[in-house]
Design a binder for this molecule. Structure first.
Ligand code: FUB
Length: 539
């Protein structure tokens, strides 16, 4: 369902579908049905992501403080690399007494939906939150799929209770979910991503939502039963999902995944990628005012915030695709410091600078595209695509739209081009393109491989684009690199001119995952700095 929706988005314009959709029921992988959880593991980690070797992916972090330690509740992604779906059978915990030490204890599989809630289906252990309650016990708000429900969307929020963060967890409301499309009142949203605040006056508030809808309701002091009416929250500009409520110095703050996209957006250039935005309010139900961006888009389309103060320092937990073998459905939790600017009122959250453990040393490469600035004939590029994907060095068998440049519109022209501009001339003698398609060669709808293409370089003497002297044919097969060698040119700009397939005046769109520009000799990569001034355009 999710994959269909995402590919559908390519065909049917810029739909905002980065994260969740009503899924078909899934079975958990067989190793998740065992009753005993694997033993806790002691880890020493040199930075983000916390779990980085691809053994356990960890998602949707929800930090809390208990027993003099920082804890992070996380889901677990178990999708195979080629699967674009949230395969999430269980929740896990990470805990440390000192985040700077790198010493963590990992508790795998502390809870599974159907094991905690009789009324829940296996799998889909989405973003939950554990909250230390006023009675010394722990309350776990968990979005799960309701088994026997005729709701259009069966996601529902249950609440479990335990005497320790690691469980055992038991259903605190065995009658069923506390929030669904049927309770406490009928709603038509996807009821996921709960977040809870215990206010200084002892009142308890639950917020949740996705797909642009945020809801709020008060809970009884028992942390379990709802009271009063369900309210719609407005004012959180670009809200997509993953609300996280906190209160500091009398002000309520809501962090959330936002996807207001476009070249001038402070949040994200591509609609499938979320930033973490935030708003503030003087009272739990608002009015809410948008305040800005806490975290720019990361390597996964979702990044799901959770923030907490621990021993006088605030932290932001989020997830990325940065672990070994990671991806949009194989995410891993990261933790960085979050700082406040108290010179303004209400205090501002400074943009978090994500840190990352040191990776392997870069290898020499002939590809010099990373040092160039990409451009395209269809600027501004439709917001489901991301032009930065052209030279990010990533190709996938199952890419999402922002992992490619694309041109699809309801009415496609017969030709497009994509280009690179360097600050200073480079010598090139080859290029490689990786085409993406969802329609066969020759199609006049959707996204198809090009009918033909060729490379041109900027001839500074003639002040004109000139074709390179290609030494072989221009291949059009999608799904792997099509390489063309050519007689060396020294130039500041290179472009690939793509002829769309089609019939008569009807043309398919075009999409390219990666465009490599090859120098005669391999050298160490010199990526362009994100804040470097734009090179002079050619032509
Ligand atoms: O992990 C599944 C979903 O992805 C969460 O519920 C969303 O917040 C997003 O992170």
């Amino acid at each position: 369902m999710i994959r269909t929706a995402l590919v559908g988005a390519l065909l049917s314009s810029a739909l905002a579908l980065p994260a969740c959709a009503q899924p078909a029921p899934v079975s958990a992988p067989s190793n998740t049905t065992t009753a005993t959880a694997p033993a806790p593991r002691e880890l020493h980690v040199p930075g983000n992501p916390i779990l980085a070797d691809g053994d356990y992916y960890s998602t949707d972090p929800a930090p809390f403080v208990a027993e003099d330690a920082l804890w992070i509740l996380a889901g677990r992604d178990m999708a195979e690399p080629e699967v674009n779906d949230f395969i999430m059978p269980e929740w896990q915990l990470l805990t440390t007494k000192d985040p700077a030490s790198g010493d963590w204890t990992h508790y795998p599989a502390v809870a599974r939906p159907h094991a905690v809630f009789d009324w829940a289906e296996e799998g889909r252990a989405y973003a939950g939150q554990i909250v230390p309650g006023p009675d010394g016990r722990y309350y776990f708000y968990a979005p799960v799929l309701e088994k026997d429900s005729d709701a259009k969307d069966r996601f529902a929020i249950g609440v479990a209770v335990a005497d320790s963060p690691t469980g055992p967890w038991r259903d605190a409301h065995p009658e069923g979910p506390i929030i669904s499309q049927r309770v406490p009142v009928a709603n038509d949203i996807q009821n996921i991503d709960p977040t809870v605040l215990i206010d200084e006056d002892g009142k308890v508030y639950l917020y949740w939502g996705t797909f642009g809808q945020v809801r709020a309701i008060e809970l009884e002091p028992d942390m379990v039963h709802t009271r009063g009416r369900e309210r719609e929250i407005t004012g959180l500009t670009g809200f997509f999902e993953a609300p996280w409520i906190l209160k500091r110095k009398g002000t309520y703050y809501m962090l959330y995944a936002g996807n207001r996209a476009g070249p001038d957006s402070d949040c994200t250039p591509a609609v499938y990628h979320a930033c973490i935005g935030y708003g503030s309010a003087p009272s739990p139900f608002g009015p809410w005012t948008y305040r800005g961006v806490v975290l720019k888009p990361v390597s996964s389309t979702t990044s799901h915030p959770g923030a907490v103060e621990f021993k006088g320092q605030w932290y932001l937990a989020y997830h990325t695709a940065d672990a070994q073998g990671g991806g949009h459905f194989r995410r891993s939790v990261a933790l960085d410091k979050l700082e406040w600017d108290d010179s303004v009122s209400p205090a501002r959250i400074r943009e978090v600078v994500p840190t990352r453990r040191e990776g392997p040393a870069p290898e020499p490469t002939r590809n010099v595209a990373a040092a160039a600035m990409p451009g395209a004939s269809n600027t501004p590029v439709p917001v489901q695509y991301w032009i930065a994907a052209l030279n990010d060095g990533v190709t996938r068998a199952n890419p999402l739209p922002p992992e490619m440049w694309g041109s699809w519109r309801p009415d496609n022209p017969p030709r497009q081009w994509i280009s690179y501009a360097w600050d200073a001339p480079v010598t090139l003698n080859g290029a490689r393109l990786w085409f993406w398609n969802d329609q066969p060669a020759g199609a006049s709808v959707g996204v198809a491989p090009p009918k033909d293409w060729h490379l041109e370089y900027w001839d500074a003497a003639d002040r004109a684009w000139a074709p390179v002297k290609a030494e072989g044919p221009y291949g059009t097969q999608p799904g792997h690199f099509q390489e063309v060698a050519f007689a060396p040119v020294t130039t500041r700009c290179l472009r690939a001119v793509l002829e769309a397939s089609g019939k008569g005046a009807e043309h398919a769109g075009l999409a390219v995952q990666e465009f490599e520009a090859l120098a005669p000799e391999a050298t160490l990569p010199r990526p362009r700095a994100a804040d470097a001034p734009a090179p002079q355009p050619c032509g």
